[in-house]
Design a protein around this ligand. Structure first.
Ligand SMILES: [Zn+2]
Length: 283
């Protein structure tokens, strides 16, 4: 049996949400990630029936997998601030409903920032936010993917233990999965730049979170060094990780079935080049 590798990129959607497919085809994506709305604004225009129909038709016609949407950058599900949390919960629920309408199976979110309240309180609030969201969207067949972070500021999610804590704490763990970002974990201090490091980091993830929880990868090199706690994506092979960790990752049979999505800089002009580089590593 030949295995189709679900390699792709985050695709721009400036021409409407369905333009994702045109961009994905042009770049040679087998799978992609999108924003279904402007990620820097709270307000979003509702999706039109025609947009939804076109997106679903293109999913069938092209065979390209719309693997996941990424939620708004403004959302903070762990914040102690009542007004910000209120806006975040509404926007996050909206994103899940949009994904469900479009037939996108997963929504990726960051784990939020505790804003000085402490990690334990932040994680507890995140769990409560996820429970409220899952209850409000119980008919949406959409999985929420918690993305690992670089650990900048008071952001949660820079330790695998944070993911494990949330998965153990939520009422409906079947709705929640994990998205591993190579740049973020390296910046957080997980050294995947050497072969032994790669093996022990993945082993630690399997032990702490469980591979059955892992639903996707974000594939990015890092501009900043190990444990820098800085979130700066680099082109593949041009950062502090280098190409080899990506070769190990795309050829790791534990992860063959998982979408691997690039979020490298200058996606419009250099996305295809990065994706071709990633494809070239498959043995
Ligand atoms: Zn990412």
């Amino acid at each position: 049996m030949t295995m189709t590798h679900l390699l792709g990129t985050h695709v721009p959607t400036s021409g409407g949400v369905s333009s994702a497919f045109r961009n994905a085809l042009a770049m040679g994506c087998a799978a992609f990630q999108v924003f279904t709305r402007n990620p820097n604004q709270w307000k979003s225009k509702p999706l039109e029936e025609a947009d939804i129909a076109q997106f679903r038709a293109l999913t069938d016609e092209t065979g390209i997998v719309p693997a996941m949407s990424h939620d708004s950058y403004l959302i903070n599900l762990a914040t102690p601030k009542g007004d910000l949390r209120h806006l975040s919960l509404a926007a996050f629920q909206d994103e899940i409903e949009r994904a469900a309408a479009l037939g996108i199976p997963c929504v990726v979110t960051h784990m939020g920032a505790h804003m000085g309240e402490g990690e334990e309180a932040g994680l507890a609030r995140l769990i409560e936010s996820l429970d409220r969201t899952c209850a409000a969207t119980e008919n949406c067949p959409v999985k929420i993917l918690l993305e690992t972070t670089a650990g900048q500021g008071t952001y949660l999610g820079y330790r695998f233990e944070h993911l494990a804590c949330v998965l153990a704490g939520v009422s409906d763990p079947a709705r929640i999965g994990a998205c591993l970002d190579t740049c973020h974990i390296y910046a957080a201090g997980y050294d995947i730049a050497t072969r032994e490091g790669y093996e022990s980091v993945m082993e630690a993830f399997g032990q702490t979170v469980g591979f059955e929880r892992l639903c996707a990868f974000h594939i990015n090199d890092s501009q900043k060094p190990l444990a820098s706690h800085a979130d700066r994506h680099a082109h593949l092979g041009e950062g502090t990780l280098g190409l080899e960790p990506f070769r190990w990752l795309v050829n790791d049979p534990r992860f063959f079935h998982l979408p691997k999505i690039l979020e490298t800089p200058q996606m419009e002009t250099r996305g295809k080049e990065n994706l071709d580089r990633l494809k070239g590593l498959v043995q």
